[in-house]
Structure formats: structure tokens, C-alpha cells
Design a protein around this ligand. Structure first.
Ligand SMILES: Nc1ncnc2c1ncn2[C@@H]1O[C@H](COP(=O)(O)OP(=O)(O)O)[C@@H](O)[C@H]1O
Ligand SMILES: O=C(O)[C@@H](O)C(=O)COP(=O)(O)O
Length: 425
């Protein structure tokens, strides 16, 4: 297999979002969970997205993990590697978008690396280096209250500079609108000034097509699904894609029971849970009791076991920003996040042991912990449920074939959970 496009995703929902975008734009794609074991038979595809769980780990660890994935992808022919980050640039000042980008650039001998989280289909646009989420500056959007990566600065040149050793530049919208040659000239000028990475403005898909065309001629880029769209269209435009696309095979029915597990505290997920309560049993975990070490976990598993044979159930740790803040003040941000991820993953594991074969998980970190717990090695990409969220079919899963949807906290319409279950049989 020669990979036309390699990607390293910093979380598992982000990986499925990118794999969905690449598939929709004409590249046959597989999503692996970590670097696949050599014994895993992967389909022959145009693009491989290696999912890592490195968004919220120490930068040093993220650099090491991403480096291993890059070497694996390059050995399989990937001339370009996209580091897939969140379209809301989720990271802290100690975050790894800067360090991983710098390390990948150094490994590949790249000049100035294009960086953009723009993803217009989901309302993420970048103008003069500032990220807007559905028209709100990032720091005024619900992302200001993210449990692990609260975003308090919409100026991504500043955010990335705080994480980076080298200087960070800007490719303004006027340059992007002027086309690929203008962007190349700007990148060359930045490189000559010693600038290692450049945030690129993008408001419309045509901007991302321009950026994708330029990025494809370089070894490394960093961005969200919008840049994936640009890269995929550039590869298809060059006539090199296999035209094997198609997602039909991925949704052959698997039967079994269905469940939803949510750990995202994003505004979108909180609303989706409210709507789900109208059509299915929803258990809200008492996270204070859970962290205090009571029998909350066993009680949740018993609650679900009693109901699941009669139809889908949902179990959610998700809570509003004030509840999250109270818990974090008591137990610490990382410790509470980690303990809750472990709990939601354990619940998902117990439900699968009780016959669940169709599973929806809300939240990036939550999905990472769950997929790791289930030890799923890879996914085929099925049809799109909502922008950024495809149906996934397991590949090489020891428990037999399952269908999953890994929903980024911020994605999906109000009735996302029913919409997902309606596509998973
Ligand atoms: N009630 C809660 N209090 C504190 N943290 C929570 C609560 N519920 C979930 N979490 C944690 O919040 C984080 C949400 O992150 P994630 O799953 O990536 O969601 P998103 O996709 O919205 O970013 C996880 O670490 C999760 O364990
Ligand atoms: O780019 C995006 O917005 C998503 O693909 C993504 O990475 C979202 O992260 P989570 O909300 O943590 O799932």
C-alpha cells in the first residue's frame, strides 16, 4: 500500500471527522487507532489517519508519539503528513500544536508550515489570524468553558507562539484569495525571515482549496478538516486518487443492542442530551459521588443493564460549566477529567460485554478512553451523520464487528443521537 496522504490526529473524534472529510472529497480512507499492529490487515486505501490521544498530554509525550506515527506513515509512502488538530484549536499555553508542528517540520526538512483550523462547514473561520466559531470570537464562544482546554485568546498567532520555540507568522486572507502562487511567495518570505509556522486565514472552501494545493507541495501541514478538504481535492485534481471511495460496505447491519455514552460538556452535547431525554432513558451520572469513590459506577451499569434490552439508553457525565468548575476546584482539572473518562469508558466496556454492538460516544477524550478500553484497532468510514461525524465500522475487532459514532463535543444538530442510531443497524 502506498499512502497518498498521511495524517496524525490528536484525538479519535478528530480523526473520524478528518477521515469523513477525506472520504467525502474522493479519497478512500482508513482510520487506525494508534500505529497498527503489523498483523492487522488494512484495506488498500489512498489515505490513512492515525488516531492518537495526545491533545491534552505533555508536549514532550505528544512530540514522541506523533514522531513515531510520522515515521510509520512516511515508510508507507506518505509524501505529505497533516497533523490534525481541533477546529477550535483546543490546547493550552503548554499545549502541543506548536511543538508537534515544529518537530514534524524538522523531521521532514520543511520550510514554513501552513497551519489553519478553519472548517467553514461547521462554522470555523479564520480572519487575520483570529478564529471565529459560528461567528463568535473563539474566546467568547462556548470553548471559553472547555473542561480541559478553555480557550481565552482568539488570536492564534499569539496562541501558537506561546507554545512554540520559533516565531509564528500570518498568511492573510488577501494573500490566500490571490491564489496559490501568492501563498507560496508569502511562505517563502516568512521562511527567509526564519518563521517556522504560519497561521493561514480561510473563510470559504475555495480558500482551503488554495491552501491544500500549496500544502500538498510541502511535506507537513497542521490543521482541521477544512485543510483536509483542500488536500483531498488537490490530490483528486492531480488524478492520483484511486477512485475507490464509497462508504456503503461500512454500514452493513451488525445487530445487537445500542447505547450512548457522553462525557462532553460542550453546549451542543448538553442540548443533544436534553433532546434525547424525550425519546430514551438518560442517566445523568452524579460526578461528585463518582469521584468520591462511591458505588455510582456499579449503580450506572446496573441501571443500564435493566433497560438496555428494551431499547437504546444514554449515560452521561456531561454537566454545565458551573458544575464542572466545582468538581475541578475540589479534585483538580486533570484528575477529574481522567477519572470521569475512565468511568465512562468502563461503562461502555460493560455495555459491550452485555451485547451492545452499536455505540455512540460524545466527546473527544471520552471517545479516546472508550475506544482504547474496547481495544478496537481500526475503522472503516461509513456515511456522514452530521458534518464531521461519520458512522464507523470496526476493523479487526476481537468482539466482532461493531458500528460506532465518535462525536466531537461541539458537532451535530439537536437530534444528533437519534439521527446516529437511525443510521446504525
Ligand atoms: N461533570 C464533569 N465534571 C468535570 N469534568 C467532566 C465532567 N463530565 C465530563 N468531564 C470531562 O470533561 C472532558 C470533556 O472532554 P471531551 O470528552 O474531549 O469532550 P469535548 O469533545 O466536548 O471536548 C473529559 O475529560 C471528561 O471526562
Ligand atoms: O476539528 C474538530 O473540531 C473536531 O474534529 C475535533 O477535533 C473536536 O474535538 P473534540 O470536541 O474534543 O471531540
Amino acid at each position: 500500500m502506498t499512502i497518498l496522504l498521511g495524517s496524525i490526529a490528536d484525538d479519535y473524534t478528530g480523526a473520524s471527522d478528518l477521515a469523513n472529510t477525506l472520504t467525502k472529497n474522493g479519497l478512500s480512507t482508513v482510520q487506525t487507532v494508534g500505529i497498527p499492529d503489523p498483523s492487522l490487515a488494512l484495506p488498500d486505501v489512498d489515505a490513512v489517519v492515525v488516531s492518537l490521544k495526545i491533545r491534552s498530554v505533555e508536549a514532550k509525550e505528544a512530540v514522541a508519539e506523533a514522531g513515531k506515527a510520522e515515521r510509520w506513515l512516511r515508510q508507507r509512502g506518505a509524501a505529505h503528513v497533516l497533523y490534525k488538530i481541533c477546529s477550535t484549536f483546543d490546547s493550552t499555553d503548554q499545549g502541543n500544536i506548536g511543538p508537534v508542528t515544529e518537530a514534524l517540520a524538522e523531521a521532514a526538512g520543511a520550510g514554513s508550515v501552513l497551519v489553519t483550523p478553519a472548517f467553514p462547514e461547521t462554522g470555523r473561520t479564520v480572519y487575520l489570524g483570529h478564529l471565529f466559531v459560528n461567528g463568535q470570537p473563539l474566546d467568547e464562544s462556548p470553548l471559553k468553558d472547555h473542561p480541559l482546554n478553555p480557550m481565552h485568546d482568539a488570536n492564534l498567532v499569539r496562541v501558537m507562539a506561546r507554545q512554540s520555540l520559533g516565531a509564528v507568522g500570518l498568511v492573510e486572507l488577501a494573500t490566500v484569495a490571490a491564489g496559490p502562487q501568492a501563498v507560496k511567495a508569502r511562505l517563502e518570505a516568512l521562511r527567509a525571515e526564519g518563521v517556522g509556522a504560519a497561521i493561514a486565514d480561510a473563510v470559504f472552501e475555495r480558500d482551503l482549496e488554495t491552501l491544500g494545493e500549496v500544502a500538498l507541495e510541502t511535506p507537513v501541514s497542521t490543521g482541521a478538516s477544512g485543510l483536509g478538504l483542500g488536500l483531498a481535492r488537490a490530490i483528486v485534481g492531480s488524478g492520483r486518487a484511486s477512485a475507490r471511495g464509497g462508504t456503503g460496505d461500512a454500514i452493513r447491519p451488525v445487530g445487537g443492542l445500542a447505547a450512548i455514552v457522553a462525557g462532553s460538556c460542550s453546549a451542543a452535547t448538553l442540548r443533544q442530551l436534553e433532546i434525547a431525554e424525550r425519546s430514551m432513558p438518560v442517566l445523568r451520572l452524579d460526578t461528585e459521588r463518582l469521584l468520591a469513590g462511591s458505588d455510582e459506577l456499579a449503580a450506572a451499569i446496573a441501571w443500564a443493564s435493566e433497560r438496555i434490552a428494551s431499547g437504546p439508553v444514554a449515560i452521561a457525565a456531561s454537566a454545565s460549566p458551573d458544575v464542572v468548575s466545582r468538581l475541578q476546584a475540589r479534585y483538580g482539572r486533570e484528575a477529574s477529567g481522567h477519572a470521569i473518562e475512565t468511568a465512562t469508558a468502563t461503562i461502555a466496556g460493560e455495555l459491550v460485554a452485555r451485547g451492545v454492538k452499536r455505540l455512540v460516544v460524545a466527546g473527544g477524550e471520552t471517545s479516546g478512553a472508550t475506544v482504547d478500553r474496547l481495544a478496537i484497532p481500526a475503522f472503516l468510514i461509513g456515511p456522514e451523520i452530521a458534518p464531521g461525524v461519520p458512522v464507523l465500522r470496526t476493523v479487526g475487532n476481537a468482539q466482532g464487528d461493531m458500528l460506532l459514532a465518535l462525536k466531537s463535543g461541539n458537532f451535530g444538530g439537536e437530534d444528533f443521537f437519534n439521527a446516529a442510531l437511525a443510521m446504525m443497524h
